[in-house]
Structure formats: structure tokens, C-alpha cells
Design a protein around this ligand. Structure first.
Ligand SMILES: Cc1ncc(COP(=O)(O)O)c(C=O)c1O
Length: 466
């Protein structure tokens, strides 16, 4: 993060853009923090680390102009800064050590799986589909962690057959399935599958209800307070085919206060320490800033807080402490480019700027009320005095891309509008609603752009029909 902020600050200086977030604090500030709305240029801290404003004020990422990418590959378009992705992976490995896993639900394709593996992270997959993509990318199964609250026989059999590194057990039904399936997955009788048990520590992380997962009333894992977690340990230990190596918990996503993770460790410690297990995974969930009023701790600060809490809570020093960041690896590496098709000025109400994508490429605003920023790549260092609502092209009033956007006053039909911080839970949650083809995804680095996921065509929309 320091690196990112330094580079952003340098670019901002060159471009005369503002850059005032405080990266020093290890507690972030999430939605609702009371800084004033920003009419200045987009904050460069929100942009990928190689973002640079050139002399004319347009923005390049990875050495490629965003406007050129929009022309060449069309819009909507997901653009990822490969150097940024790699830097975040390296930061995670440096902070957590071997075993830290990228949560592929944030964004997954073959190129992403390979990049993450090359940078030394494990991959967390939570469905047979994510498992399939990771294996197809050539990631060794031994470096995969399989999650899921309702793993099917088929998913478990595939995981066992390929030899995944860890299965995170989530229910008593799953333990029964594993008891049946592990012997079938091997010709020898001494096959043992390494598993972890997912527990719900009863922590109410400060985040949106839909992405909060650590509370007792949850579909995930085994409750600590109810005694279910202790029963699960007994059941798993009784099965010769399973090797219980650790405990896992995940308190939620988009968590800005690292205190919440320290609290998680304190709650887990009393359960974990007496078990004498070698591994403890604290899950993912580190928040990232989406708008100028938010700040988040770095991955390094998050790991440091967790390690300190582990020492303080009496967790043995030789325990392997791991985590599963998704959003904090991918989110701010990505930008979405859209083309403006319609501008409606409703006097006394608001201005609607309609773009050629929407809830089908980014459902987060409609799902969670998530805020984003918008800017014009042709004028990245320009002030944004115009208040507007950036909306999509879908048949829903809730199809909002940026509810309270600021844009330069001269925005016109045909402009390319960019929304930063769309690298996580955007493309991965994309749909074909209204039969809108999904966008292409390009990775940019060193002045080169490569398509890692091609744009869907109209023919793709009927590909599955009988
Ligand atoms: C078990 C588990 N691990 C990791 C993650 C990744 O979370 P994030 O992308 O917020 O880091 C999630 C997200 O929901 C999760 O459910």
C-alpha cells in the first residue's frame, strides 16, 4: 500500500491532482466517514499503481492509454493492472508466509489463476467451477483449498481425486460424505485428506449484513458457542481418512477495522490452542477504499495485527497463521471503462448519465448499495464539478453504476467514463441479464495489453439453448 500511495502521490504531483488519504493508520474508515464529497480530480490512491496522467491529462495504466483500450477492445471493458495484482500477491506472501490463499471468488480466469500461483499464493476455491478453472490453469491441486457450505458429492469427489491441499469442512453432512468418499478416491487404504474445520466465532464484523459471516446465526461453519465446532473436531478425528490440520474462520468481507480480526483471534484462541493443531486460518475480508472518503489498512498492517493478537492470546508461536484475501488483492487493480450513450438532464432533480453496461457487469451497487467514483479518462486530472448519477442500460431503476458521481462539466455523449476499484466481485458476479453480453477483460503491463477473457458475442447468448 505504501508503494501504491507513493506512486500515486508522485503521479498526482506531476498531474496537479489531489492526493490526501492517510495511509499510516492501521484502522480504516468505511462508508459513513464524514469527509466532504470530492469535486476535485479522482484521487489517485483509488487507481491501479501504474496509473499515470500524461501531459494532456489523460490516464494510462500499465503504460497504455485507457482511451486507446476502449477504442481497441470496445466497451464495457475490464482493465487490470498486472503489476498491481502481482504487487498485492507479493505483499500477501511477505506478510502471511506460505499458505496464504487468494480467494478466487473475487475474480478468476485462467490468467488470474496462473498469475496468483506464479506469485506464490495458494488459491481458495469455493465451488467445483472455481476448482475446475484453477486446475485448468495448471495450478497444482496441492496448492488449492476447497471451501463451500454445501459441497456436492461430485465436488468433493473431484477435489479428493485431484488431491487438493485442504478441504475446509463446513457441516456434519459433509463429514459423512467425506467418510464415504475418501476411501473411494484412493486405491490404498492409508489415504488421508488434510482438512480444516470452519467455525463461526460469533463476531459481528462491521460490514454489510450480506457479507458478514462470522456471527452464530450463519449458514457457514460450525458454531463455537453451541458446541458444534467441538463436536465436529471429535467427528473428524474419529475418521481415519481425514487428517485434521487446522481451524478456519472468516468473519466477513469489506472489513475496515483490523480490530475486528484481533477480536476474532481472541475468540478463536480458547478453542484453538488446546487442540494442538498446526494451522489457523483467519479467512479473508480486508476492506478496500472504493471512494475518496474511505481508507483501509494495508495487507501488511492486517497481518501484523493478527500475528500480534495471536501472540497475545497464547496461540503457540510455531502455529502456521494464514489468511485468504480476495478483494484486497484484486479490487483496486481493476478499472471498468464504459461509453456514455445518453445524458438526461432532469431540471431540479438530477442528471442521468447512461452507459453501455450496468448491473450485469457490476451488481454490487444494487446488491449492497455500494458506492463508487467515476471519472473521464480523457481528463483524469480535471475537477469534477458536475453531480450526476451514472446508470446502466438494464430495465431496472435500481441499475445504478455510481449513485452520486462527480464528473467534469463538459461530459458528452460518446465519452468514455471509468469507474475505478472494480477488480473484485465485478466480473466474477457478472451476468447476462437482459441478454447483455459480458465484457472483455484485458491485462495491461509494460505498454502491452492482452485479452485474458474475450468479450461475449451475441452467438454466445444462444450457445446453451437446446
Ligand atoms: C471463506 C472466505 N474466504 C475468503 C473470502 C474473501 O474475502 P475478501 O474478498 O473480502 O477478502 C471470502 C469472501 O466471501 C470467504 O467467504
Amino acid at each position: 500500500m505504501d508503494d501504491l500511495v507513493d506512486r500515486a502521490a508522485a503521479t498526482a504531483q506531476r498531474a496537479g491532482a489531489v492526493s490526501t488519504a492517510d495511509p499510516g493508520s492501521d484502522q480504516g474508515s468505511g462508508p459513513g466517514s464524514d469527509q466532504s464529497p470530492d469535486e476535485g480530480p479522482v484521487r489517485l490512491e483509488l487507481l491501479p499503481m501504474t496509473a499515470e496522467v500524461n501531459g494532456e491529462g489523460s490516464l494510462a495504466v500499465g503504460g497504455v492509454e485507457l482511451l486507446e483500450l476502449a477504442e481497441r477492445f470496445g466497451t464495457p471493458l475490464f482493465v487490470y493492472d498486472e503489476e498491481h495484482l502481482r504487487a498485492r500477491c507479493r505483499e500477501a506472501v511477505a506478510a502471511w508466509g506460505d499458505g496464504v490463499a487468494y480467494a478466487t471468488k473475487a475474480f478468476l480466469c485462467l490468467a488470474m489463476a496462473r498469475l496468483v500461483h506464479e506469485e506464490g499464493m495458494w488459491l481458495d476455491v469455493s465451488t467445483g467451477g472455481e476448482l475446475h478453472v484453477a486446475l485448468a490453469a495448471g495450478v497444482p491441486a496441492a496448492r488449492l483449498v476447497l471451501h463451500g457450505n454445501n459441497k456436492s458429492d461430485g465436488e468433493l469427489a473431484r477435489a479428493l481425486g485431484s488431491g487438493v491441499g485442504r478441504i475446509v469442512v463446513d457441516s456434519f453432512d459433509e463429514i459423512e460424505r467425506l467418510a464415504r468418499l475418501v476411501p473411494l478416491s484412493s486405491t490404498t487404504t492409508d489415504r488421508r485428506q488434510a482438512v480444516m474445520i470452519r467455525v463461526t466465532p460469533g463476531i459481528e464484523a462491521h460490514t454489510h449484513d450480506f457479507v458478514r459471516t462470522g456471527q452464530e446465526d450463519s449458514k457457514f461453519g460450525f458454531g463455537l458457542a453451541s458446541g458444534a465446532a467441538a463436536d465436529a473436531v471429535t467427528c473428524v478425528r474419529a475418521l481415519p481418512g481425514l487428517d485434521l490440520v487446522g481451524i478456519h474462520a472468516h468473519i466477513g468481507s469489506q472489513v475496515f477495522r483490523v480490530d475486528s480480526f484481533a477480536e476474532e483471534v481472541e475468540v478463536l484462541a480458547g478453542f484453538f490452542a488446546p487442540l494442538g493443531l498446526p494451522e489457523l486460518c483467519v479467512g479473508g475480508g480486508l476492506g478496500v477504499p472504493y471512494v475518496a472518503t474511505e481508507t483501509a489498512p494495508s495487507i501488511a498492517q492486517w497481518a501484523e495485527t493478527v500475528h500480534r493478537a495471536c501472540r497475545g492470546a497464547g496461540i503457540p508461536a510455531d502455529t502456521v497463521i494464514t489468511a485468504e484475501p480476495g478483494r484486497s488483492i484484486a479490487a483496486s487493480a481493476g478499472i471498468t471503462l464504459y461509453r456514455v450513450g445518453t445524458i438526461k438532464e432532469l431540471p431540479g432533480l438530477r442528471t442521468y448519465v447512461a452507459v453501455d453496461g450496468g448491473m450485469s457487469d457490476n451488481p454490487r451497487p444494487v446488491l449492497y448499495g455500494s458506492g463508487y467514483e467515476a471519472f473521464l479518462p480523457r481528463a483524469a486530472a480535471a475537477a469534477r464539478p458536475k453531480a450526476a448519477r451514472v446508470v446502466g442500460k438494464h430495465c431496472e431503476s435500481g441499475d445504478i453504476v455510481v449513485a452520486d458521481a462527480r464528473l467534469p462539466g463538459d461530459v458528452v455523449v460518446g465519452d468514455v467514463v471509468a469507474t475505478p476499484v472494480t477488480g473484485a466481485y465485478g466480473y466474477s458476479m457478472a451476468s447476462n441479464y437482459n441478454k447483455v453480453p459480458r465484457p472483455a477483460v484485458v491485462f495491461v503491463a509494460n505498454g502491452e495489453a492482452r485479452v485474458v477473457v474475450r468479450r461475449e458475442t451475441d452467438d454466445d447468448l444462444t450457445r446453451l439453448d437446446g
